[in-house]
Design a binder for this molecule. Structure first.
Ligand code: GTP
Ligand code: MG
Length: 316
């Protein structure tokens, strides 16, 4: 699976893009010559909170800087920056951030998230990545049968990307679509089946029950499935995303997060809040609306991007 990250790192301009789009404003704090004082610490705290890094993270980092400043160990902003960098680079649990594939037969990726989070777009991105960068045979499953345009939207992506799609009529049973998709994926020798799901039903309980039903159906049809349950979170919702992750995690179990809409949000720090509050790896980040706007999540690269630096890909 190392191949996967390497391939991604080669994507032209992708790194530059992360650095450009992470619009956190944090970089403006650490100008050379600026002295550390209470004003600086207050501004640091405010900007980190605005970036949605999470209160605990922010307190820990600001306390660490204040402590060393009081002891006379550091004096200026760039020295504070290196403490921030160390804090941000450590503490990433040794979780597997790569996709898990079935040893044989189709790999099933079940994709969940609240309405509008970016599920269908993220599925298009994953399909692009798997097909074009990893040479996989990809099939999509339109298990969001609730919303009128959902099946159409996925069908359009399948057409553009040149991948297969299994769908039923709007309003039909999402688990039945998943059942058919599993059978089709097996008989047509697919490598990966990606299941799109609804983000909203009549009630939240209803949604969770339905997701559970889809999960159970694929588990019966394909060994080890779903191999990943990916939760798509909208980065612009900041701390709210954490609550969503807890809810989905309790109901259906989540193996990885796709953090969508990181482009143009000042809330990129939410990834740090996810690190501290959830035991779920962020596997991918979404940086735009086209299928190519996806990257694997790499902490050093991300931290460099937060500071607006020209990140070098970490060695694979
Ligand atoms: N800028 C930006 N927009 C995104 C990204 N991902 C998704 N979007 C946009 O967010 C909107 C919602 O995306 P969808 O993929 O339809 O979201 P969904 O979760 O499938 O929504 P429902 O099917 O209604 O539950 C669309 O306008 C997408 O183009 C991203 O990474 N960056
Ligand atoms: Mg959708």
């Amino acid at each position: 699976m190392r191949f996967f990250s390497k391939t991604l790192d080669k994507l032209k301009g992708a790194l530059r893009k992360t650095a450009q789009v992470l619009n956190t404003d944090i970089r403006t704090l650490f100008v050379p010559g600026r002295q550390i004082n209470e004003d600086f610490l207050a501004e640091l705290e405010e900007k980190f909170l605005l970036a949605d890094m999470g209160v605990n993270n922010v307190e820990r980092i600001v306390d660490a800087i204040r402590e060393r400043w009081r002891l006379g160990k550091i004096r200026n902003a760039p020295e504070a920056q290196s403490i921030v960098r160390d804090e941000l680079l450590t503490g990433w649990p040794d979780q597997d951030r790569e996709l898990h594939f079935a040893p044989s037969g189709p790999t099933v990726l079940l994709v969940a998230g609240i309405n509008g989070a970016g599920k269908t777009t993220s599925i298009a991105k994953l399909a692009w990545l798997l097909k074009n960068q990893m040479n996989k045979k990809v099939m999509l499953c339109a298990s969001d049968t609730f919303r009128a345009a959902a099946v159409d939207q996925l069908t359009i992506w399948a057409g553009r990307l040149g991948v297969e799609i299994i769908k039923h009529k709007m309003g039909s049973d999402p688990a039945a679509v998943a059942y058919d998709a599993c059978e089709a994926a097996k008989s047509r020798g697919m490598d990966v089946l990606i299941v799109d799901t609804a983000g909203r039903l009549h009630t939240q309980e209803h949604l969770m029950r339905e997701l559970t039903k889809i999960r159970d159906v694929v588990a019966k049809r394909i060994e080890g499935a779903p191999h990943e349950v990916l939760l798509v979170l909208d980065a612009t919702t900041g701390q709210n995303a954490i609550q969503q992750a807890k809810m989905f995690s309790q109901s259906i179990g989540i193996t990885g997060i796709v953090l969508a809409k990181l482009d143009g949000t000042a809330k990129g720090g939410v990834v740090l809040a996810i690190r501290d509050q959830l035991n779920i790896p962020v596997k991918f980040i979404g940086l735009g609306e086209t299928p190519q706007d996806i990257e694997t999540f790499d902490p050093p690269r991300f931290v460099a991007a937060l500071f607006g630096e020209n990140a070098n890909p970490s060695p694979a």
